[in-house]
Design a binder for this molecule. Structure first.
Ligand code: 5GP
Length: 207
């Protein structure tokens, strides 16, 4: 699993992670990057599509997939299972496609142990007040759910220092620019450029 670059992006919910990823992919420069579609046991939200946002499956099917070793990583988050398909990621990377995993710290930890060549990015909200406000006003949740959501967000932030890069999403365009810069700089690395410009380089060095 070495040809494409595997990016892991984590953030506490309410940080604008998905919007940043979606905007990144709209830019034609980043046309060879795909976002992995995870499997989950959580219920589908309005506006979501099966096979686009997630593959929504039952708990029994998810447990069967764990048993079959189908997941590159999986985690139990907020009373639901989430997992990344191993075969899907292998296919994309082997096809020289970069892949973004929009996953939590638990999944990131599992992947770092299995695949050494990952680039992981953590996104922080600009302030605690803003994060709490976003989490409290999200959906029609009761106090108990909000409390759990806040505690999970803090738990996610506790792992920020396990990542290679840190972005603060205060101004959206600045954060997007930061994300683009990380990916652009990976592509400018000598190792990557040599593969791409083989013919050109050979031509220069031909005697
Ligand atoms: P949501 O239910 O709001 O879409 O996602 C909840 C959390 O699950 C987010 O932090 C998201 O990054 C994480 N998540 C989504 N898919 C996966 C996955 O396949 N594996 C892991 N470990 N986390 C995931």
């Amino acid at each position: 699993m070495t040809q494409g670059i595997l990016y892991i992006i984590s953030a506490p919910s309410g940080t604008g992670k998905s919007s940043l990823i979606n905007s990144l992919l709209k830019n034609y420069i980043f046309n060879n990057i795909k976002v992995s579609i995870s499997y989950t046991t959580r219920t589908i939200r309005s506006g979501e599509k099966n096979g686009k946002h997630y593959f929504f499956i039952s708990k029994s099917k998810f447990l069967k997939k764990i048993k079959n070793n189908d997941f590159l990583e999986y985690a139990y988050i907020f009373e639901n299972y989430y997992g990344t398909s191993k075969i899907m990621i292998e296919k994309l990377l082997n096809n020289y496609t970069d892949v973004i995993l929009n996953i939590d710290w638990q999944g990131a930890l599992q992947i770092r142990k299995k695949i050494l060549k990952t680039r992981s990015i953590f996104i922080l909200p600009p302030s605690k007040t803003q994060l709490f406000h976003r989490l409290k006003t999200r959906g029609q949740d009761n106090k108990e759910t909000i409390k759990k959501r806040i505690s999970y967000a803090i738990n996610e932030i506790e792992h920020f220092n396990e990542y290679d890069y840190l972005i603060i999403n205060d101004d959206f365009n600045t954060a997007l620019n930061d994300l683009q810069s990380i990916i652009r700089s990976e592509h400018l690395k000598l190792k990557y450029q040599i593969k791409k410009t083989n013919i050109l380089i050979n031509n220069f060095l031909k005697k």
